[in-house]
Design a protein around this ligand. Structure first.
Ligand code: GLU
Length: 409
């Protein structure tokens, strides 16, 4: 089943649990705007998308992904998850996502700059601080945001830093953005441990994906005395039941090596890492990592989805039957877009907000998201999943906005 169809199933399930009518759910069945272009760069034609799934709560918001596997199904699903994520986080955004299908690991820096600028040109009339606001996602970063901003501003003939977030600080970005996804994930993981892993002062944790989100998350959890026993990147992973030296592992990764070759443990594949005997599994790579094929073999009682969509629908059901606790992506990785919102708000008002204040605000927002999800979960006597609880809350807020706008009765 495509991810888009799986998401429609998830929507249906959530609507049924809360008796939301089909009539109301209709507005969430399709994206409101699908834009497609082919970027001509160095004689190649690269498929590119920008999709707004919903904008009842505000302008489109969500990252741009550069990856060889990008497809319309994927971008639309990511845009859908952004809509729910922004709604659950209580920030004034709809949901959107973009992507370009190519392999940035096989492209020169000059080519990546050209692709970023071509992207901005292709979608310039669709983007803007009050229309749709991109940010980094898989294999994109602050430099790429800077190229897109620069190209966009050249076309518009004026400065508009609020048209994109995750920018370098010199162009209106904020320091907090760098590790914000991990910080948000870390805060909810601590809350999850308090509720579902009582008394585990030193939990064993495996982290799939040692990029921006996974690396910072591992460092934060290790600093609290937890054992990061396994980690991986796209080439494979490393395992040490006594705990990896996380600082050394991060330094190893920063100097361009693969986690797979790290000398502090034995090699494991990405698939093997998922099935290790750990207390918590952090999924920080890509979609569809846990499926019906491996769900029965997952030993971790708790999973945190730092990536978007790492567990597919069938696996969700298997894990729910096994009472595995899954902190869903739309809550666990929302720290990134929450800090994007701080950046956007600062760009728009021209005010500079104190970093301590913003750190506190992120902390409060993550905890409040967690509490609201747990309350809904308990209201249903724990018979639904945390994902279903989060979906219900997110859907209801979007539908309330749609109702005020008169799109539904
Ligand atoms: N790409 C991130 C996500 O999936 C951040 C999006 C944003 O900041 O707009 O949530």
């Amino acid at each position: 089943m495509s991810i888009v169809l799986e998401n429609l199933e998830r929507l249906k399930e959530a609507a049924k649990l809360e008796n939301i009518s089909d009539e109301h759910m209709k507005v969430l069945q399709n994206p409101v705007q699908v834009s497609y272009a082919e970027l001509s760069v160095n004689g190649k034609q690269l498929p590119a998308w920008r999709i707004i799934y919903n904008r009842a709560l505000g302008p489109g918001k969500g990252g741009i992904r550069f990856h060889p596997e990008v497809s319309e199904d994927e971008v639309q699903s990511l845009a859908f998850w952004m809509s729910l994520k922004n709604s659950l986080a209580d920030i004034p955004y709809g949901g959107a996502k973009g992507g370009v299908k190519f392999n940035p690991k096989e492209s020169s820096p000059e080519e990546i700059e050209e692709i970023s600028r071509a992207y901005a040109r292709a979608f310039a009339d669709k983007l803007g601080q009050d229309k749709d606001v991109p940010a980094p996602d898989v294999y994109t970063n602050g430099q790429i945001m800077a190229y897109i901003l620069d190209e966009f501003e050249k076309i518009q003939g004026h400065h508009e830093p609020g048209m994109i977030t995750g920018k370098p600080i010199e162009l209106g970005g904020i320091a907090l953005r760098g590790d914000s996804t991990a910080q948000g994930g870390y805060l909810v993981t601590k809350e999850m441990m308090k509720k579902f892993l009582i008394g585990k002062d030193s939990a064993k944790i495996a982290v799939q994906g040692y990029g921006n989100a996974g690396l910072f998350m591992a460092e934060k959890l290790a600093a609290d005395g937890h054992l990061i026993v396994a980690a991986s990147d796209s080439k494979g992973g490393v395992y040490n039941d006594q705990g990896l030296d996380v600082k050394a592992l991060s330094a190893w990764k920063h100097s361009g090596n693969s986690v797979n070759d790290f000398p502090g443990g034995t090699k494991v594949s990405n698939a093997e890492l998922l099935e290790l005997p750990v207390n918590i599994l952090v999924l920080a790579a890509l979609e569809n990592q846990i499926t019906a094929e491996n769900a029965e073999r997952i030993m971790a009682p708790c999973i945190v989805e730092l990536a978007n969509g790492p567990i597919n629908l069938e696996a969700d059901r298997i894990l729910a039957n096994r009472k595995t606790i899954v902190v869903p992506d739309i809550l666990a990785n929302s720290g990134g877009v929450i800090v994007s919102y701080f950046e956007w708000a600062q760009n728009r008002t021209g005010q500079i907000l104190d970093e301590e204040y913003l750190r506190d605000l992120l902390d409060k927002k993550m905890k409040s998201g967690w509490q609201r999800v747990v309350e809904k979960f308990e209201e249903k006597n724990g018979e639904i999943t945390l994902r279903q609880a989060a979906y219900i809350l997110a859907i209801k807020r979007i539908l309330a906005a749609e109702k005020y706008r008169g799109r539904i009765k």
